[in-house]
Design a protein around this ligand. Structure first.
Ligand SMILES: Cc1cc2nc3c(=O)[nH]c(=O)nc-3n(C[C@H](O)[C@H](O)[C@H](O)COP(=O)(O)OP(=O)(O)OC[C@H]3O[C@@H](n4cnc5c(N)ncnc54)[C@H](O)[C@@H]3O)c2cc1C
Length: 203
């Protein structure tokens, strides 16, 4: 059915014309995640910061339009699929690592930061990002938090690391994530290494 032109104009004013996708060909790219579900959104909106996320949510609420946040679309549960149409809120433009605190072992990041980028940045402090799903080269911190993603074999450790230090607000474009210390991982993930040279420890 698509969104009313008035709504599209409001969204364009909020995030910039080029950051609202409505062409049917382009929308197809956002139909699916890695599950078997599929549905085309009416629009894909790419906010650049918290204020723009807030503006988009207000417009959607005013017009009663569903909003589904979307990271890299690697989810296996269909969570990023807009099954009722509406807006896919794509956070790709929000990918800054704002702060890494090696003492508290926390990071302040925007939700579109790719998992592996955070691990590589943390390696400089001999830390790594513990949840570490196998899709780490593509998936985002926002998606990790929403899906409580972990590598299966590290599940217990990741759960423990979430206790106390973990807090996440889905509506917020920022989230805190816990780190684990690992000299072995840090050695294998040196600061200078590129994404392709990131090595997993052998088991
Ligand atoms: C090859 C492969 C390997 C995988 N390996 C693992 C694994 O080892 N362990 C594991 O747990 N999972 C794994 N997964 C599943 C998937 O990669 C993870 O769930 C990942 O965390 C999803 O991140 P994403 O950025 O792709 O999120 P998306 O698929 O884009 O979204 C997933 C969910 O998060 C929500 N979401 C996304 N961003 C935000 C946000 N900013 N705010 C609020 N909600 C948001 C979406 O609405 C959706 O409900 C794998 C998938 C693939 C394809």
């Amino acid at each position: 059915m698509g969104l009313e032109p008035e709504v599209i104009n409001e969204l364009r004013r909020a995030v910039g014309r080029e950051h609202v996708i409505t062409s049917s060909n382009d929308l197809r790219i956002f139909e699916r995640d890695a599950s078997i579900e599929g549905a085309t959104p009416d629009a894909v909106v790419l906010p650049a910061n918290t204020a723009e996320v807030s503006a988009v949510i207000k417009i959607a609420a005013k017009h009663r339009i569903p909003v589904v946040p979307r990271g890299a679309g690697t989810g296996l549960s269909g969570g990023a699929v807009t099954i009722r149409g509406g807006i896919a809120l794509q956070v790709t433009r929000m990918r800054r690592i704002l702060e890494i605190d090696p003492v508290a072992q926390t990071a302040l990041v925007e939700p579109g930061v790719v998992n592996q980028e955070l691990s590589l940045a943390a390696a400089a402090h001999k830390l790594f990002y513990a949840p570490d799903p196998s899709s780490q080269k593509a998936c985002t911190i926002g998606g990790n938090a929403a899906e409580t993603s972990v590598r299966r074999e590290r599940c217990a450790q990741s759960r423990r690391s979430r206790c106390g230090s973990y807090a996440y607000r889905p509506a917020s474009p920022r989230c805190w994530q816990p780190f684990r210390r690992s000299r072995r991982r840090a050695r294998q993930c040196p600061r200078s290494s590129g994404a392709e040279s990131f090595q997993r420890p052998s088991r």
